[in-house]
Design a protein around this ligand. Structure first.
Ligand SMILES: Nc1ncnc2c1ncn2[C@@H]1O[C@H](COP(=O)(O)OP(=O)(O)O)[C@@H](O)[C@H]1O
Ligand SMILES: Nc1ccn([C@H]2C[C@H](O)[C@@H](COP(=O)(O)OP(=O)(O)O)O2)c(=O)n1
Length: 359
């Protein structure tokens, strides 16, 4: 079990007054729209399994995979003016000038709504690292380093069968040398700064993935906190569409209004959203509400279940109880399910809310 304690501000239960924080209705279930980009660099020799593991991380943790090699190959295929130069360098196993690669990465990052990136095969040398840092000012969360013997990598590359111009024995040997001479010093640079997470990549695919899962738990915790925050924003804004998207259709809840009864499904909550819309239509003045979440904890209980608990300090303005603060303890249980489109999504499956004894 992994735990995290931090504190953040969120809005509160159904209210006719819009929250000051904007909800992004298009936000994917996993996404952290509007947040500072988070970057994990994925390094390792050619054939160490970077791309293979990245695909699993993307599926499970909602990262955007940016493979520097794939972006360069796409640039060749697009017929760009740099295409021939890139093609020749890749054929020779050489590293393409950093301005080109960083430009492609930067473009891809700026076009992405989700701001959690796995940057694979980068930075491959000091020049890559320095220019990326200078241009983006991003400090990576950590460097995932796949360690594997050359013998094993060679065997994998020779049977990769993706029709790549560089997967032949001569170029493979050159790439190994470039990796040792140019990429290992970058890994050492980050090692000194405590950023390298070394993985034994010579094991079977699923074993490698199991060993890297714990490294991604802080991102899951962050996502669950963000989703709880998004849910409260939706409630605050009377945004039933987002609320419904984030909740399981069979969500259960213990809330004070239900007088100790377990409520199942969305109808009970829907009533409050309808009330908000109705009140808006009638333009009735209504109290504005703001809550502070204090001392949240997020526990990831398994790959598919997470628990978020916090105390909500609710401030009310414009009502008879103006200025009054009410404190609630809330526990939200989140479950990860596959959508009909085959994508993983977190759904709120249970809420337990009670007033704190002093409220
Ligand atoms: N742990 C592993 N064990 C055996 N084969 C693997 C493993 N990981 C990846 N492969 C295979 O090795 C080849 C190279 O993997 P890939 O992910 O493309 O490496 P990289 O992106 O580091 O160059 C692919 O054909 C892939 O299916
Ligand atoms: N940062 C990078 C990444 C890749 N390249 C070029 C040079 C590399 O040999 C090729 C292929 O890289 P890719 O990461 O796709 O594949 P391997 O890890 O070598 O299997 O692309 C580069 O010039 N700069």
């Amino acid at each position: 079990m992994y735990s995290l304690t931090s504190s953040m501000t969120v809005s509160d239960r159904p209210s006719v007054v819009s929250s000051s924080k904007e909800m992004n209705g298009d936000a994917a279930n996993f996404s952290v729209v509007g947040k500072k980009p988070k970057v994990v660099f994925v390094l390792g020799g050619p054939g160490s399994g970077k791309g293979t593991q990245c695909a699993k991380i993307v599926e499970n943790y909602g990262f955007v995979h940016l493979s520097a090699g794939d972006l360069l190959r796409a640039e060749i295929n697009s017929g760009s003016e740099n295409g021939t130069m890139i093609q020749n360098m890749i054929k020779e196993g050489k590293i393409v000038p950093a301005e080109v690669t960083v430009g492609l990465l930067q473009k891809a990052m700026s076009e992405s709504k989700v701001q959690k990136f796995l940057i694979d095969g980068f930075p491959r040398n000091e020049e890559n690292r320095v220019i990326f840092e200078r241009v983006t000012k991003i400090d990576p969360e950590f460097i995932l380093f796949f360690h594997c013997t050359e013998q094993e990598m060679e065997k994998r590359l020779l049977s990769r069968n993706q029709g790549r111009v560089d997967d032949n024995i001569d170029t493979i040997r050159k790439r190994f040398k470039v990796f040792v001479d140019s990429s290992l010093p970058v890994i050492e640079y980050y090692e000194i700064r405590g950023k390298v997470r070394k993985v034994d990549a010579a094991r079977p695919i699923d074993e490698v993935f199991d060993s890297i899962k714990p490294l991604f738990m802080p991102f899951v915790q962050d996502d669950l906190l963000t989703l709880s925050e998004n849910l409260l924003h939706a409630i605050d804004n009377g945004d039933y569409t987002t609320y419904k998207r984030l909740c399981d259709t069979e969500v259960t809840s213990f809330v004070p209004e239900a007088q100790g009864h377990l409520v199942q499904g969305l109808d009970f909550q829907r009533f409050y959203f309808d009330l908000v819309l109705e009140t808006k239509k009638l333009a009735v003045a209504c109290p504005s509400v703001q809550s502070i979440i204090s001392s949240p904890t997020v526990s990831v209980l398994s790959d598919d279940v997470g628990l978020v608990t916090y105390t909500r300090l609710q401030q009310k303005l414009g009502s008879p109880s103006e200025g009054m603060v009410v404190a609630y303890n809330e526990t939200r249980l989140w479950k990860r399910v596959k959508s009909t489109e085959g994508e993983w999504e977190w759904k709120n499956v249970h809420l337990h809310q009670s007033k704190t004894p002093s409220s």
